[in-house]
Ligand binder design. Structure first.
Ligand code: IZC
Ligand code: ZN
Length: 426
């Protein structure tokens, strides 16, 4: 007797074990007329719909010939922050570049001010609401960064919020320390000293189990390649895996640095050089692309996903959800942008938000695939096939979402045609 049996699945999407590089990203196992059962939070059986008719389960879910996939994995979010930055929209419309807003003390620094001012409880409550929204969009595992504290107590505060969200929610959160995210006003002109300060936090973060990864914003006017190398080295010496915001706006060579340091991921890569792109094919670093950010910054030039995949890289996709440069947690929207702006195929896109995304955050052995024995992280989508989601953009197609076999979200029908009108009785 299984706990849950999803039957009558039109298409069941079964990404292969990864990381999938280059041509392997073009393959996607799509099975029709299938069924799937969970027990004790794990996938317990996968077979044809015909075979499923003989099985017993406490709960039977009729997928109505729609699509079932693994829970999505979002490998790059700035989930926890205070305040919001809608006031910057007018600056953006006036053509003020993102890095200039930051230089003027806005951008990341305005979120730093708001985050420092908020209590841990308020940050937790706000991020908790966001997490519910994220789950409702089909994401069951995600990464979350600090980086809006830029001093000991506020960075630790953010990391404690991520830890508590991981412990208290059903979702899996992977925590990243992004202390070197910007230079705080009190360290203006003293970048090396600020970096030293962030490096001094690493032992405490490690001992308290507050982060598995570290990250740094390697960009003009933020941190240089040399500073990034120094921070990554210090992180690795303490057992952290590393990530880097690389070559987003200017081609500084962060992609090459990430590969040479065997970073878990190099993220953005919009301005990555040909050498940088080529180096990804030989290394173990996953290229995490964030087309939502390019879109939101109003730029026309997207990361060269085609060249990356065609030359053998492992590519993943993420939202980059944050209050400034990408204000969406809808990974389905990112899938559409990947198709429309980066010419990724539906098969590549699905591998990028499941198996490869899981590898980018060290969860390749637990998330991103559906096979017997794995956590039952499953989404039932209200779509006829897997190609439909990138095609029909900006909607939420998730109908039901299970995390470790527990239903964390289910779409209730709209009531447009069924609400009793005043005077009609009830
Ligand atoms: O708050 O603007 N790029 N960090 C690097 C960000 C964007 C987040 C932000
Ligand atoms: Zn980011």
């Amino acid at each position: 007797m299984y706990d849950t049996l999803i039957e009558n699945i039109g298409q069941l999407i079964l990404p292969a074990e990864g990381p999938l590089k280059g041509d392997a990203m073009k393959q996607l196992d799509v099975k029709e007329n299938m069924a799937l059962a969970f027990e004790d939070g794990k996938v317990a059986w996968i077979g044809t719909n015909e075979e499923a008719q003989k099985l017993k389960a406490s709960e039977r879910v009729d997928a109505m010939e729609k699509t079932v996939t693994p829970g999505l994995v979002d490998p790059h979010t700035h989930l926890v922050f205070g305040g919001s930055r809608e006031n910057e929209l007018a600056l953006k419309q006036a053509g003020v570049p993102y890095l200039e807003i930051l230089q003027q003390g806005g951008g990341i620094l305005s979120t730093v001010e708001a985050t420092r001012a908020e209590s841990e409880t308020d940050l937790y409550e706000k991020a908790k609401q966001t997490l519910e929204q994220i789950a409702s969009h089909g994401v069951t595992t995600l990464e979350a960064k600090s980086g809006y504290g830029l001093e000991r107590e506020s960075e630790l505060k953010q990391l404690r919020v991520v830890k508590r969200l991981n412990e208290e929610s059903l979702l899996d959160l992977v925590s990243t320390f992004l202390g070197p995210h910007a230079i705080p006003p009190e360290y203006k002109g003293k970048e090396e000293a600020f970096l030293d300060e962030m490096i001094r936090l690493l032992p405490e973060i490690s001992e308290e189990g507050l982060a598995e990864f570290t990250d740094i914003f390697c960009e003009t006017g933020v941190f240089t390649i040399e500073q990034s190398r120094r921070f990554m080295k210090a992180s690795q010496e303490l057992g952290f895996q590393t990530k880097i915001h690389a070559d987003e706006i200017d081609p500084l060579g962060g992609t090459e640095l990430a590969v040479s340091m065997a970073a878990a991921s190099a993220d953005h890569l919009v301005a990555a050089s040909d050498e940088g792109i080529d180096s990804l094919a030989d290394g173990d670093t996953v290229a995490v692309l964030l087309p939502g950010t390019t879109f939101y910054l109003g730029k026309d030039h997207y990361a060269n996903a085609r060249k990356m995949i065609d030359s053998g890289a492992a590519v993943a996709l993420a939202t980059d959800f944050n209050p400034g440069s990408c204000v969406t947690y809808n990974l389905q929207m990112i899938m559409s942008l990947a198709a429309l702006k980066m010419r990724m195929t539906p098969e590549e896109i699905w591998n990028s938000v499941t198996v490869n995304a899981a590898h980018a955050i060290g969860r390749g052995d637990v998330a991103g695939c559906l096979c017997v024995g794995r956590k039952a992280d499953v989404v039932l989508w209200d779509v006829p096939n897997y190609k439909y989601i990138p095609y029909h953009y900006a909607a939420n197609h998730a109908k039901a979402v299970w995390k470790s076999g527990r239903k964390v979200w289910e779409r209730r029908g709209a009531r447009v045609f069924s609400v009793p009108q005043p005077g009609q009785g009830c």
